[in-house]
Design a protein around this ligand. Structure first.
Ligand code: HEM
Length: 521
């Protein structure tokens, strides 16, 4: 009798729980109803395909493209996300339909960091175009050519006497990160960080200050994970964006949590950058603008009200800091990949050395024109290394109005990510994609002639493409010419093969790139 009563009452007892579960599922999956017509892996409970992303990193998009084709949906928390893995569709998103897909999606790691949000990368609509139009002049060829002596002197300081450890080895990725940070420190802030070599060249600030600043920067950058290893509020934000901010507000007050740590570090970083910006604003701006910060401060002064509104102090700090963020890890990763790949391919190394040796004697620094015209094979090597290891494997955009891509109608608010890393390994455009073969970029070769013009886009595409492309290529070429005039490199036996990669906001080498350094006669 009792049993019957209990069994009879069970459904009533469970009803509210079932209703709550149904509500939760509807809340989580309703946004997907609008992109249901796209192919894609089956919807999966709660975390969606995030565990897959955590396990495979951006390779997961290659596996899924093989299965579902050039455009498919991916289940990232509550956010409808569409992956585009085809050059023609990338042209659609990046160029033809730019007006509808011109903004970036804001991944939840960034949405809790104003310092990262207010740079050019994540600003939107009119503010983005006004900012970009103002600062683009700094990336014109004439300005970049003026930076050659500065870049060259920092390169010399970093690479002239490469200090090696036991067995003549260095962790080159560390050395190149210091160099790239120094170059940006000088070009963006006009500050000599002096990380590459001793402190004799550094004017200000003190050793401890600089290394503390860079440690903060590295922590802040590497905490912006795209997988499940970020803070609790970040993971929650993927599931229920509405809850991310309230939870972050609570957790940032709880010592020991990742949110607490990030809040402190980002606050400290902002304070230090604000201090540099305030000092420079007080000093006044002289012409010609020697660095990025003076150019923005100048635009603020001359642009009267509009300039002041556009470049309020928080935006100036974010824009300046963004250079350090966008320009250091990417450039250093590319330099390290070239050295690593060339070290494993003696034929490529021979051809490269021949080209570099045929240029003027060792002491002659190449001009901007030399860099542009006299090193065609070096260009091919860099392109191929950037294809082989695509440092920015995903470009994140968002539909600001309904848009049709690849025959599918995507509603406003859909995230649309261009999978550059997938394009780079597509055998249709790059036969035998896992072979390192710089000649595939020879302009006279058949492969280059038949390739889709947007198959290789490591710097992105369209009006929103990387603003620092020429800046970083200039630094990379100067560095490689300097290095190969003096050294050759061999892979350290202590290094794993293939290299393990880590996926933060860009790719990095999990255990660094270790090389043996051999001096050339
Ligand atoms: C090898 C080096 C680099 C690579 C591979 C790289 C790659 C990229 C990519 C893929 C994007 C997104 C483009 C798109 O949405 O279509 C981007 C944007 C950007 N990059 Fe780079 N980048 C590099 C170096 C630099 C440097 C040195 C700087 C600064 C000095 C820089 C500053 C920026 C900025 C500010 C944006 C945002 C542009 C906008 O939204 O208007 N990057 N970069």
């Amino acid at each position: 009798m009792k049993l019957t009563a209990a069994a009879g009452s069970a459904p009533w007892f469970l009803l509210p729980a079932l209703a709550a579960l149904a509500g939760l599922l509807v809340y989580l999956y309703a946004p997907y109803w609008r992109v249901r017509k796209l192919p894609g892996p089956p919807l999966s409970p709660l975390l969606g395909h995030l565990p897959l992303l955590a396990k495979h990193g951006p390779d997961v998009f290659r596996l899924l493209a093989d299965q579902y084709g050039p455009i498919y949906r991916f289940h990232l928390g509550r956010q409808p996300l569409v992956i585009v893995a085809d050059p023609e569709l990338c042209r659609d998103v990046g160029i033809r339909k730019f007006k509808s897909v011109g903004n970036r999606s804001l991944p939840s790691p960034i949405s809790c960091s104003p310092l990262h949000q207010k740079g050019l990368f994540f600003t939107r609509d009119w503010r983005w175009s006004a900012m970009r139009n103002t600062i683009i002049s700094l990336y014109q060829p004439s300005h970049l050519a003026n930076l050659i002596p500065t870049m060259q002197s920092l390169i010399e300081a970093a690479f002239l006497d490469l200090e090696t450890g036991p067995g003549g080895e260095i962790t080159f990725s560390d050395v190149s990160l210091k160099l790239a940070t120094d170059v940006i420190g000088q070009a963006a802030f006009g500050v000599d960080l002096g990380l590459s070599k001793g402190d004799h060249r550094r004017a200000a600030p003190s050793d401890d200050e600089v290394s503390a600043f860079v440690k903060l920067h590295v922590f802040s950058t590497t905490s912006l994970k795209m997988d499940l290893s970020g803070s609790f509020s970040i993971v929650l934000g993927l599931l229920a964006p509405i809850l991310q901010e309230p939870f972050r507000q609570v957790l940032k007050r709880v010592p020991g949590t990742a949110d607490w740590k990030m809040e402190r570090i980002n606050g400290e970083l902002s304070r230090r950058i604000d201090a540099i910006v305030t000092r420079r604003a007080r000093e006044g701006v002289d012409l010609p603008c020697r660095d990025f910060l003076s150019a923005i401060l100048k635009a603020r002064e001359s642009g009267a009200a509009a300039g002041e509104e556009l470049f309020s102090p928080d935006y100036v700090s974010a824009l300046t800091y963004e250079h350090l963020l966008a320009g250091s890890a990417t450039t250093s990763f590319t330099l390290s990949s070239v050295l690593y790949l060339v070290a494993g391919h003696p034929r490529v190394e021979r051809r490269l050395l021949e080209e570099i040796d045929a240029f003027e004697p060792c002491g002659v620094v190449p001009s901007a024109d030399d860099l542009h015209r006299k090193f065609p094979y070096l260009d091919q090597v860099i392109k191929e290394a950037m294809r082989f290891y695509t440092v920015s494997p995903l470009v994140a955009r968002e539909a600001s109005q309904p848009v049709e891509i690849g025959g599918y109608h995507l509603p406003k608010g859909t995230w649309i990510w261009l999978a550059l890393g997938v394009l780079a390994k597509d055998p249709k455009n790059f036969p035998e994609p896992d072979e390192f073969r710089p000649e595939r970029f020879d302009p006279a070769g058949e492969e280059e002639k038949h390739r889709h013009p947007y198959a290789h886009i490591p710097f992105g595409i369209g009006p929103r493409a990387c603003i620092g492309q020429k800046f970083s290529l200039q630094e990379i070429k100067l560095s490689l010419i300097f290095l190969y005039r003096r050294y050759i490199f061999r892979r350290s036996p202590a290094m794993q093969s293939p290299l393990a990669l880590e996926y933060g906001i860009v790719l990095s080498f999990k255990h660094g790139v270790k090389l043996q350094v051999l001096k050339r006669q």
